[in-house]
Design a protein around this ligand. Structure first.
Ligand code: TLP
Length: 341
């Protein structure tokens, strides 16, 4: 099977497993796991933030950041297809008592003007209190597009003007950095809190890291425990994360090349619509015009290609560590066969 459903499906390589097997470990609830500490220090330095915390998942990373930045009753301003709103089980409301003020973005991007219009007047005690602006880079539902840096800078200025916090869902910030040439440290410098995933394009089996000021990360450490995320000998998995950053970050460029190759082919198939300008990192979103999404997914599966839904009427294909150029050639052939009857 060629599995293009997500970059979460990668399996740890032998070298990664060896790094995991030989990791030094301790009890992380006592803050005594040397490998988790090493990963956290490594990330704090790489992202140029005061502190970092290893967490089990991207969802927990985002939700911990939102929790430490807010009080119940506060409101998050974000794009309407943001992962924190669409795919995190309603946890901003469930875990932190937050409401969401959703903005219709263009390719996942919300403009400072739109955001400024959404900010609640500070004297309107009967309204929710605007507290955090959240963005996603790369933006998943928009097809892995890179958030323009000028827009990010303008959002920072706006947040400062209105005394708001800025959170980055950087599940795939690694991909954004490789595609744009902008360092993860520069991206992070505009945000109060950042969450990045180790278990997507980087290929670790589990884990995310959150970053921010020391006091925020201390508070997140407390909340992670309260939410049942206090872990013990996590050096075993933190070692995979360290290995992933050190060995699999630069190679994301290959995933980007692979998806572009696939996208160029798919865009020429009759019965498919693709916006090639949005194919910027490791995702391809395409719209079948003569077949349903479910049909495309099940027919591809029958021929050995796994694809996923990417929103209403859209099929998603994501490249990753376990996909090589031969797999892409096969995927091209399978899609041609499906659409040409
Ligand atoms: N995204 C998954 C699915 O949930 C859709 C995927 O296959 O793309 N932020 C963003 C932008 C994400 O895309 C995801 C996962 C997360 C956060 C959550 O990460 P995990 O799954 O580790 O909790």
């Amino acid at each position: 099977m060629i599995d293009l459903r997500s970059d979460t499906v990668t399996k740890p390589s032998l070298e990664m497993r060896n790094a995991m097997a030989s990791a030094e470990v301790g009890d992380d609830v006592y803050k005594e796991d040397p490998t988790a500490i090493k990963l956290q220090q490594y990330c704090a330095e790489l992202f140029q933030k005061e502190a970092a915390l290893f967490v089990p998942s991207g969802v927990m990373g985002n939700q911990l950041c939102l929790n430490v930045l807010t009080q119940p009753g506060d409101e998050i301003i974000c794009e309407k297809n943001a992962h924190i709103f669409q795919y995190e089980s309603g946890s901003p409301a469930m875990l932190s008592g937050l409401s969401m003020n959703l903005i219709e973005g263009k390719n996942g991007v919300i403009t400072p003007t739109q955001v400024e219009q959404a900010i609640r007047p500070t004297n309107a005690y009967y309204m929710p209190r605007s507290k955090v602006i959240e963005i996603e880079n790369t933006h998943n539902v928009a097809g892995g597009v890179v958030y323009p840096i000028e827009n990010i800078k303008a959002l920072r200025t706006l947040a400062d003007k209105h005394n708001l916090k800025l959170h980055l869902d950087g599940a795939r910030l690694w991909n954004a950095s490789i595609a744009s040439g902008i360092s993860v440290a520069e991206y992070s410098s505009y945000f109060d809190t950042v969450s990045v995933c180790l278990s997507k394009g980087l290929g670790a089996p589990v884990g995310s890291v959150i970053l921010g000021e020391k006091s925020m990360i201390e508070e997140a450490f407390r909340m992670r425990k309260a939410w049942g995320g206090g872990m013990r000998q996590i050096g075993i998995i933190a070692a995979a994360g360290l290995f992933a950053i050190e060995n699999n970050f630069e190679r994301l460029a290959l995933d980007h090349q692979n998806v572009k190759n696939l996208a160029n082919h798919v865009s020429q198939i009759d019965g498919v619509e693709v916006d090639l300008s949005n194919v910027q990192t490791n995702m391809l979103m395409f719209k079948p015009t003569k077949m349903s999404v479910d049909d495309v997914i099940s027919k591809s599966k029958d021929k050995g290609l796994l694809l996923g839904p990417g929103g209403i009427g859209i099929v998603r294909a994501v490249t990753h560590l376990d996909i090589n150029s031969d797999d892409i050639e096969k995927a091209k052939q399978i899609l041609t066969e499906i659409f040409n009857g």
